[in-house]
Design a protein around this ligand. Structure first.
Ligand code: SF4
Ligand code: SF4
Length: 587
């Protein structure tokens, strides 16, 4: 492989594309499958890379850079675009100055997401350009192209990836960074201030822009026809193109790289050539719906099962042969359930929540796993920050004896992302109950990203300012605020009791660093089988280091990190750390 050829994940290729396109800023919020785009961008010192507090702020920051004349990219997973939707929809009206690209990484099959929404509809709603690459090379090339289109047509561009594109490797030819001079920043009130009179004018401009973009879509070389044999044609895009290719290289294909606006003339012409045309696309019939609306009646509407989950060559073959599917075709058989890491400080928190039989409105993070057995101690989650909002609403519907057991649980990063206004709203509307902030000093679930509450910048360097969650909670109106170590279960329980009994909004911050941030303890617990009464209390905390074999409690030495959560709940004192270690800890 020559020097300029590199094997890259799709996510790395996006970052490379941004680098070569002369991008000034990449801002994003971590979330699988897009996280590595931002992380990979950090290798290019020419780019300012930011983990924004949330996706809306990432888009707004990118809009600001674009307005100032630089090229900017905002990166998020698909549900992040819901958070950013307000800025996203409105920047379609203002247009851009420097190129503006928003990357949405969708997750068909829900490998690590709560839904599999198809974000291509966002492009249609916002009337902005949509590009869908089908391998790593295209991912890099389309990223660069997106900036060119953005500037030429005064339009933000949505680069839509899916998990397979993000996390698959392919050869990418790397080139030098383009030296793009920043455009001049100009105050332009009619463009950037969308009061209704300006917005109406800008709406008309969008119509004109759409016409030009349609023409582009009909002529751009990334919308290409590949000749083949037979009376059936295929229209496809993104990773689905790869699956079609795997089945047969002989089928006539119209491969679309620019999927909104669709190339209407090109599609009509293609459809006229065949008796039957199948649209092969993951998730919704986004292309199919638009193509049928063009009057291409030889296009077959796909059965609903093919709107579920990821496609693969086997499923595409089924689709093309008109075969029906079993549920296991589109969603994999459930395997071993995910679990919190052994010794995770959240284990102790959830064992207390369970012991107190509390009703827990949860949120998004590692702690969502508190819903799984043996804990079963988290009872709902919806989206970022929603646990607090749902508790706020649910409390109005519950009888007093249940209301007294209601708590909202939220992680530190999620609290900063979207919990702050939730707390303001709770205080404002007289919520009486407890919010538990699980502060593990990082954004653990997505790979240990810093946030304003950690007191470190993206590179892990200490900052002079740190968001103090205790002071923030007090400042926002919580009248009982207590910080406790999450592994001190007795203290935790008393703090929860006090918080629940408090009149007004109570906040308990259960703090202890994620175990992956620490060097680790140098010991394991041991079981005294003579004193163990086999009560199973230690099994109920859900630590994966603890199991029961041949009717005896067993501790896995490689997994145990000596956190002592189990020792503090064992009623018979059968679980013990070696004395030397206990001594050194108490010193
Ligand atoms: S000390 Fe107990 S809870 Fe902690 S990791 Fe070891 S077995 Fe698990
Ligand atoms: S908590 Fe203690 S007594 Fe109960 S099963 Fe575990 S080791 Fe035995």
């Amino acid at each position: 492989m020559t020097d300029n050829k590199k094997l890259m994940y799709g996510n790395e290729a996006v970052a490379r594309g941004a680098y070569e396109a002369g991008v000034s800023l990449v801002a994003g919020y971590p979330g699988t499958p897009s996280t590595e785009i931002v992380e990979s961008a950090t290798q290019y010192p020419e780019i300012e890379v930011r983990w924004s507090v949330n996706e809306k702020i990432a888009v707004e920051t990118a809009v600001g850079v674009s307005k100032g004349g630089g090229r900017a990219m905002a990166v998020m997973k698909h549900v992040g675009l819901n958070v950013a939707a307000d800025a996203f929809m409105n920047v379609s009206y203002t247009g851009v100055n420097g190129g503006l690209v928003i990357v949405s990484a969708d997750d068909p099959g829900m490998h690590s997401s709560q839904n599999e929404q198809d974000n291509r509809w966002y492009a249609l709603m916002a009337k902005i350009t949509l590009l869908e690459p089908s391998d790593s090379q295209e991912t890099k090339d389309f990223t660069q192209l997106a900036f060119e289109i953005s500037e030429k047509y005064d339009v933000p561009v949505l680069l839509r990836l899916t998990t397979r594109i993000c996390h698959s490797k392919g050869i990418v030819i790397c080139e030098e960074r383009n030296k793009i001079p920043a455009k001049k920043y100009e105050i332009n009130i009619s463009k950037y201030v969308n009061i209704p009179s300006n917005a109406r004018q800008n709406r008309l401009k969008i119509l004109e822009r759409q016409q030009k973009l349609k023409e582009l879509s009909n002529t751009i070389e990334i919308n290409t026809r590949f000749p083949g044999k037979g009376k059936k044609g295929i229209i496809t895009s993104g990773v689905s193109y790869q699956y079609v290719q795997e089945i047969s290289e002989e089928m006539p294909i119209l491969k679309l790289g620019m999927t909104y606006p669709i190339p209407d003339k090109l599609i009509k012409k293609f459809c006229q050539l065949f008796e039957q045309v199948t649209v092969v696309e993951e998730l919704d019939g986004f292309l199919e719906t638009q193509i049928l609306a063009l009057g291409c009646h030889n296009v077959e509407k796909k059965p609903e099962s093919f709107t579920l989950g990821e496609l693969n060559p086997h499923r595409v073959e089924n689709l093309l042969k008109g075969k029906t599917e079993e549920i296991t075709d589109y969603y994999p058989k459930p395997g071993k359930s995910p679990a919190m890491c052994s010794g995770c400080s959240y284990l102790g928190v959830f064992s207390v929540l369970k012991k107190m039989n509390l009703l827990v409105e949860g949120d998004i993070g590692c702690y969502t796993l508190g819903a799984l057995p043996p804990m079963n101690a988290l009872h709902s989650f919806l989206c970022m920050g929603a646990g607090m909002g749902m508790a706020n609403g649910l409390s109005t519907q519950l009888p007093n004896q249940t209301k007294e057991k209601l708590v909202a649980v939220i992680g530190d990063s999620t609290f900063v992302h979207s919990g702050l206004p939730e707390l303001v709203d709770m205080v404002y509307h007289g919520f009486e109950g407890l919010v538990i902030i699980l502060d593990n000093r990082t954004t653990a679930m997505t790979g240990m990203q810093e946030h304003p509450g950690t007191g470190k910048n993206r590179k892990g360097e200490p900052l002079t300012t740190q968001l103090d969650l205790v002071e923030v909670a007090k400042a926002l109106g919580a009248t009982y605020v207590k910080k406790v170590l999450s592994s001190r279960l007795g203290v935790l329980e008393r703090a929860f009791e006090k918080g629940l009994a408090h009149e007004g909004v109570a906040v308990v911050i259960a703090e202890e660093p994620c175990r992956h941030l620490e060097k680790g303890f140098d010991t394991v617990v041991s079981v005294n089988h003579k004193t163990c009464i086999l009560c199973n209390e230690c099994l109920n905390i859900g630590c994966s280091a603890i199991s029961k074999e041949n009717n005896a409690i067993t501790i896995s030495n490689p997994l145990c990190i000596g956190c002592q959560i189990c020792t503090s709940i064992c009623p018979s004192g059968a679980l013990k750390l070696p004395i030397m270690i206990q001594k050194s800890r108490s010193e």
